[in-house]
Design a protein around this ligand. Structure first.
Ligand code: SF4
Length: 97
C-alpha cells in the first residue's frame, strides 16, 4: 500500500485495513482540526486504489474490517465508490466496511 502523509482513523478501526481513496479532507476548514492541514486534497485514481486493495489481498490472508480513508472518502465519484465496494465484496468476503 502507498500512503500519502499521516493516516488517521477512528479508534474503532485500529485493526482495520486502511486504504486511501482520497488524500486529505475536501473541507479542511475546521479550526479545531489539524489532521489534514499539510495535505493538498485530491481524489486518487481508481486504478491506484484498486492496486492497493489487490496488494493487501495478496499480503494478508484474513482481513475482517476495511476503512476507506482519508478525511472525506464519500466525496469519491459514485461509480468509483461502487467499484471499490464491489471489489471489497468479492475479494474480502469476511470484511466489514
Ligand atoms: S477532517 Fe473533519 S474535522 Fe477535520 S477539517 Fe475535515 S471535516 Fe473538519
Amino acid at each position: 500500500m502507498r500512503y500519502e502523509g499521516a493516516v488517521y482513523r477512528p479508534p474503532s478501526e485500529a485493526r482495520s485495513l486502511i486504504i486511501q481513496a482520497t488524500v486529505g479532507c475536501s473541507h479542511n476548514g475546521c479550526i479545531f482540526c489539524n489532521m489534514y492541514k499539510g495535505k493538498q486534497f485530491h481524489v486518487r485514481p481508481i486504478a491506484e486504489v484498486m492496486k492497493d486493495f489487490a496488494a493487501a489481498r495478496a499480503a494478508y490472508p484474513y482481513i475482517d474490517r476495511i476503512f476507506i480513508a482519508d478525511g472525506d472518502a464519500l466525496i469519491y465519484q459514485t461509480e468509483g465508490l461502487l467499484a471499490i465496494l464491489d471489489y471489497i465484496g468479492s475479494a474480502f468476503q469476511n470484511a466489514g466496511v
